[in-house]
Ligand binder design. Structure first.
Ligand SMILES: C[S@@+](CC[C@H](N)C(=O)[O-])C[C@H]1O[C@@H](n2cnc3c(N)ncnc32)[C@H](O)[C@@H]1O
Length: 319
């Protein structure tokens, strides 16, 4: 049995393609509409902070999506921060490619300045009233929820926005049914439980329940929730009739179902993560049998994955 060997960095880049299809359209539409209004009322540049930026996927997305704000003459100052220096280095490199420069320089007004810094979330949120937009993508499940929401609220200027996306909300399912469906049920339940951790300082990370908890924690911290919507990952092999797949990407032409290259890496990472976590609780016999079964499905392009996430848009109450 070959356990897929995928680096965290490669997983994050593969995840970008899956996230792109998952992000909730209505929550994103509300963000773009409200940030446009904020840009009009705010005289200076829009100061944006992306927490736990990884390889900078959300920063690249913002530069692309905030084109209308820039066209209206508002400058953007975007800072992506992460504890991992290698990821920060990659984020900087991916943001300075020719293709990206073209998007960045496409509009004739409103400069965009992007920087990436090695920094903790806690430090990045230490300056009060300093941001018009804070984003957290696939991050809130690993942070102490209440304390982080309170710090985010303080860092935002009154009326400013918090956009938290891909917050896991406690449901993962593999298809088709596993050979040992009862065992997979136990594994999935353990996988969710394993994400909940109590940190050294006594604070908890909410893990599998983070999507719903975030909704509650925003209100408790003084953030008004403006929009909430599902952003489920749905990765299924798709038939490409030669005219291009619905998802774009490079899945093979023809009537045989296939994944894009990014989806293969994404599924491989998810199987590997679940296998490694499961080995902490279950004996190697049933774990190996489960993994072989699921890898076989992947090789046959029959494996599908659904993971339930929530996107949340909130704002600090205006004065
Ligand atoms: C699941 S990854 C998400 C990365 C990126 N937002 C994305 O979705 O592509 C979480 C990221 O948060 C970073 N991280 C975790 N705890 C952090 C902290 N306290 N301060 C700064 N970064 C942190 C990790 O290094 C990792 O890159």
């Amino acid at each position: 049995m070959n356990i897929p060997d995928i680096s965290f960095q490669d997983y994050l880049e593969a995840k970008t393609e899956v996230d792109e299809l998952a992000l909730n359209f209505e929550v994103r539409r509300r963000l773009l509409s409200d940030i446009g209004k904020l840009a009009v009322s705010n005289r200076g540049p829009l100061r944006v902070l992306d927490l736990g930026t990884g390889t900078g996927a959300m920063v690249r997305r913002l530069v692309r999506d905030l084109g209308a704000v820039r066209s209206a003459g508002t400058a953007l100052e975007i800072c992506g921060i992460d504890l991992d220096s290698k990821l920060i280095e990659t984020a900087g490199r991916l943001c300075s490619t020719d293709a990206f420069d073209e998007v960045r320089d496409d509009m004739d007004s409103g400069n965009v300045a992007v920087e990436f810094r090695v920094m903790s979330v806690e430090k990045a949120l230490s300056e009060a009233n300093s941001r018009e937009l804070i984003t957290a993508h696939a991050l809130m499940d690993i942070l102490p929820m209440a304390a982080t929401c309170a710090a985010i609220c303080r860092s935002l200027v009154p009326g400013a926005l918090f956009y938290a996306t891909i917050n896991y909300n406690g449901l993962t399912r593999w298809y088709p049914q596993a050979q040992d469906a009862e065992f997979e049920g136990q594994l999935l339940a353990y996988y969710d439980r394993s994400m909940r951790r109590v940190r050294g300082d006594g604070s908890e990370q909410d893990g599998a329940a983070s999507g719903g908890r975030l909704y509650e924690a925003c209100s408790a911290a003084g953030l008004e929730v403006l929009a909430v919507g599902g952003s489920d990952w749905c990765v299924v092999p798709q038939v490409n009739f030669g005219g291009g797949s619905l998802r774009g990407g490079n899945s093979g032409a023809g009537s045989t179902p296939a994944y894009t290259a990014a989806e293969v890496r994404f599924l491989g990472w998810m199987l590997r993560t679940m296998y490694q976590e499961g080995r902490k609780e279950f004996a190697s016999g049933p774990m190996d049998a489960w993994m072989s079964d699921r890898l076989h499905c992947l090789q046959q392009a029959k494996l599908a994955l659904v993971v339930h996430n929530l996107d949340v848009l909130a704002r600090r109450r205006p004065n």
